[in-house]
Write a protein that binds this ligand. Structure first.
Ligand SMILES: NC(=O)c1ccc[n+]([C@@H]2O[C@H](COP(=O)([O-])OP(=O)(O)OC[C@H]3O[C@@H](n4cnc5c(N)ncnc54)[C@H](OP(=O)(O)O)[C@@H]3O)[C@@H](O)[C@H]2O)c1
Length: 303
């Protein structure tokens, strides 16, 4: 039996569905029974509970051979790193007590940095916490920048006809589609042929800059020539707080962007066939275009 955390999210849902399609038993974790319903319809067992609840995680992990772990985003928390550590400890205790043998942990490029990388330094802590489970076999999937992060720009693109973040426009970033991470994670879970504890970088189909990504998205939504603007850190922080993120989360995300801009947050490996994944940014842009059209359609019909 497999346990999948974040089972209603980008990676967890595809992992759970792939395991079920291969005839495996899956316990799917989320906070909301309704969100889990479509997985239950495909044969999953729903487990409703919070990843911050250590005793709930222990109950959820009982009887499983392997688990897929991620630290769900929590934009409201007053101390993001403390939150990440709390979840990491809850997972580690549950793994130890439930005697789980194999773990796939969603981490990030840059998780070798204990300081100065924002949320990624929290993922460093989680990797270290899990590695203390000496007899457990663990792969830390150090994924690149999610292409899906660009969905956060939808409102900006619609309202101001620009895309922007604090990242340098010409900075080359390994951007990955979350479905590619899920595919690798699911194959590792199906084969369970890994031992020891090691990081594995996943760098997407190619490195791509925000300038190029914005051009491709502009084309996909019928806004040829859509411009990318690098925002000052302070302005970005204020905008994030205005959108409801806590001051600490906004500060932490800026720290990550600074780390990327200064090329401290970067892959440790050269690009190879093993760390390259198939989905191109152009393919992602098709789904971005569909979401954008859906929102425009909803607006036009007043929904
Ligand atoms: N963004 C990037 O560029 C990047 C890069 C590398 C690594 N990462 C890592 O990837 C993670 C996100 O992975 P993802 O995109 O697959 O996930 P996701 O789509 O954000 O989904 C996370 C799921 O977790 C559930 N959840 C939220 N809070 C919870 C809680 N307290 N207890 C139990 N479940 C909870 C939510 O479902 P319900 O609402 O149904 O509960 C949600 O669907 C990030 O947090 C980060 O650690 C991100």
């Amino acid at each position: 039996m497999y346990v999948v955390t974040g089972a209603t999210g980008n990676t967890g849902r595809i992992i759970a569905e792939t395991l079920l399609a291969n005839g495996k038993k899956v316990r799917a974790i989320g906070r909301n029974a309704e969100h889990l319903q479509s997985l239950v319809a495909k044969g999953a067992e729903a487990f409703v509970g919070s990843v911050t609840d250590g005793s709930a995680m222990l109950r959820a992990f009982q009887g499983a051979e392997a688990v897929y772990l991620l630290i769900p985003p929590n934009y409201a928390t007053e101390n993001f790193r403390a939150y990440q550590n709390e979840v990491g400890k809850a997972y580690a205790n549950a793994i130890r007590q439930a005697e789980i043998s194999h773990v796939i942990n969603l981490s990030s490029v840059g998780a070798h940095l204990s300081q100065g990388a924002g949320p990624i330094s929290g993922l460093y802590d989680v990797e270290q916490e899990l590695n203390r489970l000496e007899t457990v076999n663990i792969v830390h999937l150090r994924a690149g920048f999610f292409m899906e992060n660009l969905f956060f720009s939808l409102d900006l693109i619609r309202n101001q006809n620009i895309n922007g973040t604090p990242l340098r426009g010409n900075l080359l970033i390994p951007m990955i589609a979350t479905r590619d991470i899920a595919e690798v994670a699911a194959q590792l879970l199906l084969s369970l042929d890994f031992s020891g504890q090691s990081p594995r970088e996943l760098l997407g189909q190619r490195d791509i800059s925000m300038n190029e990504a914005t051009r491709i998205l502009g084309k996909a939504i019928g806004k040829e020539g859509l411009a990318y603007v690098q925002f000052p850190y302070e302005q970005a922080e204020q905008a994030m707080v205005a959108m409801g993120l806590s001051q600490d989360v906004a500060r932490s995300l800026n720290e990550m962007d600074r780390g990327l801009n200064e090329e401290r947050v970067r892959p440790l490996e050269k690009r190879t066939a093993a760390n390259t994944t198939p989905t191109s940014f152009e393919q992602f842009a098709e789904s971005f275009g569909a979401v954008h059209r859906g929102q425009e359609g909803a607006k036009a019909t007043g929904v």
